[in-house]
Design a protein around this ligand. Structure first.
Ligand SMILES: [Zn+2]
Length: 243
């Protein structure tokens, strides 16, 4: 059963929260509009929409993305006020405050999709690789706490052939960091595990291309929705096809 295409009813009321698969499709459609330069235009500046959201919010997706100024979730997914619950931190990394933010939105608003959004040429990942190659003493403790969270997922890559090709190394490190973040978040708390196992919460990893504007979701995922398991296959592309 699919809800109507419009996100709002004619009276301007927000629809009930949608499931993870529908939410993912909505993000993909929005990203397609962004890439093609055909935004829906029904979002940010609508006074009606702003007024309707004063009483409460029901974001349909939670995005944990990088702070990079070139990757604002609302813009790359062509969404407006009240649509996305966005947490941004360099990396992105998964620390207790990020887990708490996801818990809050998933529990309070019933949001069923969480996307961890990395991106090509991520400065935090590049800084981590540089630090691994040439450790410095001068890095601030706070910055180090970000690097230290990225480090475990990327340091093994330096021992492979990828180390000889900086572009390929960074590309693979970005994906490795997102995959690690997905795993950390999936097991980040009892609440998240319970919502995943019993309430259809889906956590996926994705990568935004600075070059093309395309967001690619990766990994095959299983979705538990409406009390039944349904296979939801997402294209898993190999490194050559992606860019
Ligand atoms: Zn970044």
């Amino acid at each position: 059963m699919r809800p109507p295409t419009s996100r709002y009813t004619l009276s301007g009321d927000r629809q009930v929260t949608i499931g993870a698969v529908e939410a993912l499709e909505r993000l993909r459609e929005g990203n397609r509009r962004f890439v093609w330069g055909t935004p829906s235009g029904d979002g940010v500046s609508s006074h009606t929409r702003r007024a309707n959201l004063v009483a409460g919010q029901q974001p349909f997706a939670i995005i944990l993305g990088c702070s990079d100024s070139r990757v604002p979730a609302e813009i790359v997914f062509d969404q407006g006020l009240g649509d996305l619950f966005v947490i941004r931190v360099a990396g992105p990394v998964v620390a207790p405050s990020q887990i708490g933010s996801v818990e809050f939105a998933a529990d309070r608003f019933g949001t069923r999709l969480v996307m961890i959004l990395g991106h090509s040429q991520c400065g935090a990942v590049i800084a981590t690789l540089e630090e691994l190659r040439r450790p410095t003493e001068t890095q601030s403790r706070n910055l180090r706490s970000i690097v230290d969270r990225i480090r475990p997922s990327v340091e093994d890559l330096l021992a492979t052939d990828l180390a000889k090709d900086t572009d390929a190394l960074v590309r693979e490190a970005v994906r490795a960091n997102v995959r690690a973040a997905v795993t950390q978040l999936r097991h980040g708390s009892e609440l998240i595990e319970r919502l995943s196992e019993q309430n259809g919460l889906l956590i996926v990893g994705a990568e935004y291309s600075l070059e093309s504007g395309v967001v690619q979701v990766f990994g095959g995922v299983q979705v538990r929705e409406a009390n039944e398991m349904q296979e939801f296959s997402l294209a898993v592309t190999d490194r050559k096809d992606r860019r």
